[in-house]
Every structure is written in C-alpha cells, then in structure tokens.
Ligand binder design. Structure first.
Ligand SMILES: [Zn+2]
Length: 388
C-alpha cells in the first residue's frame, strides 16, 4: 500500500467472497470494513459477519495488528462459560487524514480528520482569483499547513476538486481554476511522499453522505454552488462514466423553451437556473421588480419554484433509468430547502412511474458545509483500507 495510483483498490463496501487470486486483499478489506462499521468484535464475530473461516480471519487479523491498523481491546464482557474472547477494533487513533475541498468559491478549505471522519483541525487559504500554477501553489501550501497541525501518522491526502477528474487523479478540466490535464494527484504525491487520492468534489460528497449520513446505496447527490454537479452511487458503487464526467449535469440543457445564455455557449443549461450566483441574481431581479412585500414573496416563490422544476426535469430521466430511491441536495440551505426542493420532488413524481419511483425521497444533506472535506477522507479510507 504505497504510491498514489491505487485506483484498482478503490473498493467500496465489499460484501461477499471472491476468486482466490484476489481473495487476500478482498478478504482483508472485508475484515476491516466489518470492524470499521461495527467496532469491538471478537475474531469469531468477524468470521460470522464476513462468512470467512476462523483460520482466515485469525491470519488476517495477525497481519493487521502487526501493521498497527487493528488493536486488541481486552476480553469480552460476555458472561459465558469458558475463556472470554478478545475484542478487536480498528485503531481509530493510529492515523489522521488530510482532506481538501477545492470547490469553494473564494477559498480552498482543508482539514485534518480522524478515521471516523471527524474534523480535528482546519485551515483555509484565500483563492484571490488565483488560477493555474498559482492555484496549485496554494494547494501545496494548504497541505503543508495541515501536515504541520498533526503529529499522528497520516494515512493519506484526499482532495475534492471541481471539474472532471479521471481515476488517476488528473484534473482533465476545471475551467474556474484554469486547470486542464493537471496531474494533481501525482504532483502532490511527489511533493509529500504520501498516498494521495484526487476526485471530483461531487463524487467525494456522495461518498461522505453514504459513509457518514446513513444514506441509501442507490443515491444521487446534487451539489449546488458556483456550478451544479452530481455524484452517483449505484448499489453502493460510485459511477464515474466512460470519460469520468458522470454527474456533470450543470450544462445539460433543460427544456425546449430557450432560457438564459450560459457561460458554456449554450442556452438554458441547468446552471442558468440553479447555480447559486444565477439563483441569487434572479431573486434580486424579482425583488427589484416587485410592487410590495406581498408581491415580493410571490415573485421569490415563483423563481424558486421554476428552479426546482428545472432540476426535477433534469433529474427525472436519471431517476427513471437507474431506479434511484434517494436524492440529496447539498448547497445553500436558505435557497434550496422549502419551495425549491418541494417543487423538484413534485416535478419528479409527475414525470416518473409512481409504482416504481413513488417512494423516492429528496432531502438536504446531513453533512453540512464539510461534506467535501469528509468525502475526501472517504476517498483515502476507501483506497488505503478498503473501508467506507
Ligand atoms: Zn452551460
């Protein structure tokens, strides 16, 4: 478990046994995942939960204890006859993780997190309109600051970047930061000699919701901010797409009735209705045009309802195609919660098959503003330990 490019081991929640040639690393992840999720278990409990033999479990546990990842926590308190079993857990204090969120509008955010995704300390660096090499230098400086905040061994550096990111952590395109074909994962790995995983911010966010937010395994997370993007999990597995742009729904044209001109050159893209800056300016224009407090309220509602409808129109075919059961919104709560999300779910219900999609739910994220930081930690947990 050394270098950066460990995408083949980007396992999410292994559930069953596999072929012998892959068995050892798979079974190891299975043991770790069981301990990570449940905590305190005996070797026999782990064997029962995973379907592995006692011998295999004992062998893997010995290896994990030697590596300092798993610890013995003393005898079971079960009052059963015979020698009490020794309880095991992941050593949740053995490592820290450095997480970065590069998707914020005016700052890069960073945090030191523990293995349970809790934030231990934070740091930010103002972006001040930096792009290209300058923006990269700020990422490096932020990692340096964060590494200086912990004396615990660091399991890895996770980064949630805006734009299209491939599985080798190359930022193929992030127009706002002026990045194209930037080998960010390799660059940070060379600089810090630690495992680094760089992923798209919305893909990181959906992992945080899945791991820490008690979410379903068929889930779409729609992240609304400077732009609009989505992260998709199908049967607990992230969907990246043929060219790593799965979930890039912001520049999909919604409807056949025109719409505002978009920065990408098309008209009526989802972002023209829904990105935070566009939504805020539409609300400001509605307020200006209003004739009084009551009228202002009606106009505000109309703007939010229309934005919600457009989101529903864009999401309906995705919900239909993938039979998703849960949609989670992440972004400014004051704008998204209420009229807008109600209008989205009404539109979705009208446009999908009630008997198969009727139990679809839509809610705000439980992860707040730290969703990408925590998701960046899941990228590291998943790649390094096979847990999430
Ligand atoms: Zn566009």
């Amino acid at each position: 478990m050394a270098a950066s490019g460990e995408q083949s081991s980007r396992v999410l929640r292994p559930r069953s046994k596999v072929l012998p040639e892959h068995a050892r690393s798979h079974n190891r992840a299975l043991v770790l995942q069981t301990l990570y999720r449940t905590g305190l278990l005996s070797r026999a409990d782990v064997a029962r939960a995973t379907g592995l033999t006692r011998v295999t479990v004992s062998d893997l546990v010995a290896e994990l204890i030697a590596e300092g990842i798993v610890v013995e926590r003393g005898p079971s308190e079960d009052v059963r006859p015979g020698k009490p079993a020794t309880m095991l857990d992941i050593d949740r204090t053995a490592f820290h993780i450095v997480g970065l969120d590069l998707s914020q509008h005016a700052e890069f955010w960073g945090a030191v997190l523990d293995l349970d995704g809790r934030i231990i300390s934070r740091a930010q660096v103002p972006l001040a309109s930096s792009t290209g090499e300058d923006a990269v230098a700020k990422v490096v400086a932020l990692v340096e600051t964060l590494l200086g905040q912990t004396s615990t061994p660091v399991l890895g550096i996770g980064v949630g970047s805006p734009g299209v990111v491939d599985l080798a952590g190359v930022v193929l395109s992030a127009p706002n930061l002026g990045w194209a074909g930037l080998e960010l994962q390799a660059l940070l790995h060379d600089r810090f000699r630690l495992p680094v995983i760089v992923g798209n911010d919305a893909n990181a966010a959906v992992l945080a919701e899945h791991s820490f937010g008690d979410a379903d395994s068929d889930l779409m997370l729609v992240k609304i901010g400077h732009g609009v993007g989505a992260g998709l999990l199908v049967s607990g597995t992230p969907l990246f797409g043929s060219r790593f742009a799965a979930g890039e729904i912001g520049h999909v044209v919604v409807g056949t009735d025109g719409g505002a001109a978009c920065v990408c050159g098309k008209s009526g893209c989802l972002e023209t209705w829904l990105s935070t800056p566009n939504l805020e300016s539409a609300l400001a224009a509605a307020e200006l045009a209003s004739t009084g407090a009551e009228d202002a309220g009606i106009r505000r509602d109309a703007v939010l309802r229309e934005a919600g409808q457009r989101l529903g129109i864009a999401l309906a075919p995705i919900v239909g195609a993938l039979n998703l059961s849960e949609i989670v919104l992440s972004g400014p709560v004051a704008l998204l919660d209420g009229t807008l999300s109600e209008s989205t779910i009404e539109t979705l219900r009208r446009r999908t098959m009630a008997e198969f999609h009727g139990d679809l739910t839509l809610r705000m994220t439980s992860q707040g503003d730290d969703i990408v930081l925590r998701g960046a930690a899941v990228l590291v947990l998943s790649a390094r330990l096979g847990v999430s």
